[in-house]
Design a protein around this ligand. Structure first.
Ligand code: AKB
Length: 314
């Protein structure tokens, strides 16, 4: 019999595509989507849905019991830009939801957890190029502090209570189906939408801000592959890398399909966040331990984004 899986935060950017992929693999009825708000009809109509406020342990526990859940993907989080505006709310959402799920696993209510970490665990003192798995982690953002603390708590529950919790440090994720919200890497999604609808984009990062990024297909594959591994070899939260580019480089790639596209640069408070993050990621440990390999480069991704967005109402 298939595991019953609960996704908390199923209507967000990664959660929504993860839910649909898991439903395709394991069947709609085995995958319970949940969020504080309703999702798009594709998600609402393809399997069970429950309302859950991720900060409310009773609500999570009730749904776990109701559906006999084995595995939880906890995707609810406040991202970097939004977290700088709401530090306490971000800390509360990002940490209390994790504690609830870790404690439910410790008590034996579920057997496996996926929790997303981020390149935000790194900070200004981290080596910027090909940032290694193990290096200085001194994040300077509210979001980064919550992700680093989360990684340490996952490690603690794994070591002391034998909780099977797994994580990857997502870079910026780019997709055409669902918009991200509140992140620093969001520009790399907005740019495609604006290129198609307005042929111009005002970028909130400077033209040479290089950041690690990944196409959604690769991010979903990394998540599901890591959860499928029999046993974690070494790390609770793995670096995963794919591509890295600057706003100017992505704009130049878009111009190959939309020659009259124009970009301007008006950096805002998110520039400081971007400046504190790595430019590229060394993911050799993930490659070694669970055969991680990305597929999409900037060219493939741009061509798919433009084709798909042109066929969709944006
Ligand atoms: C953000 O920009 O906050 C996120 C992230 C890199 O974790 N996309």
């Amino acid at each position: 019999m298939s595991d019953k899986i609960l996704i908390i935060g199923a209507c967000g950017q990664i959660g929504s595509e993860l839910t649909m992929s898991l439903r395709e693999i394991y069947g709609g009825t085995n995958i319970i989507a949940s969020d504080i708000r309703k999702g798009v009809s594709e998600l609402m109509d393809s399997g069970p849905f429950e309302f859950i406020d991720a900060t409310n342990k009773d609500q999570i526990e009730a749904v776990i019991h109701k559906h006999n859940i084995d595995v939880v993907y906890l995707m609810a989080a406040m991202l970097s830009g939004a977290a700088e505006m709401n530090p306490e709310k971000a800390w509360d959402l990002n940490m209390s939801s994790l504690f609830h799920v870790l404690n439910l696993a410790k008590a034996g209510a579920i057997k496996k957890i996926f929790w997303p970490s981020s390149i935000a665990v790194f900070g200004n003192s981290t080596p910027k190029k090909r940032t290694p798995q193990q290096t200085i982690t001194e994040p300077s953002t509210v979001y980064g502090i919550s992700k680093l603390a989360g990684e340490r708590w996952c490690e603690y529950y794994r070591t002391n209570f034998d909780v099977d919790v797994r994580s990857v440090r997502y870079p910026g994720i780019i997709s055409w189906k669902t918009m991200p919200g509140g992140g620093t890497t969001d520009y790399a999604v907005e740019i495609y939408h604006k290129a198609i609808t307005e042929k111009r984009y005002e970028c909130f990062l400077s033209e040479h801000s290089r950041l690690p990024m990944m196409f959604m297909e690769d991010a979903i594959k990394a998540t599901i592959d890591l959860m499928d591994v029999e046993e974690l070899k070494e790390y609770v939260a793995y670096n995963i890398g794919a591509i890295d580019f600057t706003p100017k480089e992505i704009a130049d790639e878009i111009k190959k399909s939309i020659p009259d596209f124009e970009i301007s640069f008006v950096p805002d408070f998110r520039q400081k966040i971007a400046d504190s993050w790595p430019q590229s990621i060394d993911d050799s440990e993930a490659k070694k331990d669970w055969n991680w390999q990305h597929t999409y480069d900037l060219e493939d991704m741009t061509s798919e984004m433009i084709t798909k967005l042109r066929n969709k109402d944006v």
